[in-house]
Design a protein. Sequence first.
Lengths: 177, 363
Amino acid sequence: MAKLILDKMAMQRALTRITYEIVEKNKGVSNLVLIGIKTRGIFLAKRIADRLRQLENVDVPVGTLDITNYRDDVEHDSLSTDVKIANSEINFSIEGKRVILVDDVLYTGRTVRAALSAVMDIGRPSSINLAVLVDRGHRELPIRADFVGKNIPSSQKEKIKVYVSEIDDKDAVEIIK
Amino acid sequence: MTDRYLILEDGSAYLGKAFGSLATTTGEIVVNSTMNGYQEIISNQIYHNQIIVFTQPSIGNTGLDHNSYESVLPSARGVIVREYENLAKDHYKRVSLDRYLTQHKIPGIYDVDTRQIQHHLHQFGNMKASIVDVADDHAFDQLHATVLTNQQVSQVATQAPYANPGEGDNVIVVDFGLKSGILRELSRRECNVTVVPWNYSSEQIMDLDPDGVILSTGPGNPLDLPDSVLKMILSIQSQVPVFAMGLGHELFAMANGAKVSKLKVEHHGSNHPIREIITNEIFFASQEQGYAVDSKSIDHSKLFITHIDLVNGTVQGLRHRENPAFSVQFSPDGAPGPHDSNGLFDDFMEMISRRRQNNGNRY
């Protein structure tokens, strides 16, 4: 049974608040880059970039990251960095930048751990922050988000599903029991 | 029905029929163009010392409802409408508009051309007016001689703090003449609320250990309030999340260096589209403003302009760049509607919970 947690408006407001908080924390948008974690994190990162453009009239670069080859349950030690990041698209230098990683749901923290390794393989940013639409708890690693749209306390038996209108038929967050 | 007159400072007079109280009153005349919610409008303290002209042609026809009062003791000075109905009472058949106005000594006049009054005020601006029995020289002399108080906030805001207990976040509401809708929204979110007088210092507020502070709506000119209020706001905004609305928004802007000026014609209605800049979304809200923040005076290194009115270009929302503090000119509690901007209260609650997590203290 699916229960609606965030509707379209609430989701938009959450992204708006995250955007303001990013500017607040970074005291502006200079040196900022956004990196969305595949799949839905990418669209959320683009929406945050759209908001930053509206607000500050600047284009903050948006990259996309495919962390498949960095997962801790996949054997990948033999692969070179170039191969591992082949499906990511980061067409800008992250050297000395403030990186904001964007994902839809923060759960065990393993995806973010993989993303951190990938980013570090690509370059050496001055800082990395994490923005997530939903934090559902149950971390297995010492990782926390800097910007959270909504905390949703959940049971591990439940599933959290994020829909984005770019690829799904709607904007919504549902909890499925 | 008894004949009565509405007389204006510039010498015009309108003959109509009386309803409500038969008191003789003087106030500033303003026009409200909202179609619904006469009960919320009349009971809103923002109309302290004001005579309200409704452009909605008929009011009174849905009685009064105990959920929709915006204050216990309304302080408007009069109600002017084209047509008045005393047919329907509230769901429990207790209170009609006529009885309510009589109880609170607010006179009403109906059967006047409210559109003509609206055109007149639009052309000549807001002015003093009286509701009188006879429109003779004496009445005009009295009207001209009446000086309206500029101490509106201290007239309607609470003099002593009071609690509105709940089991959730500890929210302090600084009362500049608040509308109940603010407390209603906080109750819905289970907040533990303490309402404090407008002249409380930041120390007095921080001693109550707030999770967040609301600066309420209220009547009158923000420039008539002492600078100590601005100092309080500056201090509070650097310590806890702040959400300001209406008069509170104007004060929040002034505390952060912006200028506020009086509008030639006050705007009371819900017909102006408002744009949220960050998303380009358009929405509507209940607006009641006699003053506006001057957008040119805003220091963009301190504040974002978050919302603008697309009809008159006025600043409708601000957000601090470095602190979790934001403000809106309109009434987000949606009493009366529209309810489009109700989510701003949720944003405020999220700000509170974020701050708690970041500080890693409590609970």
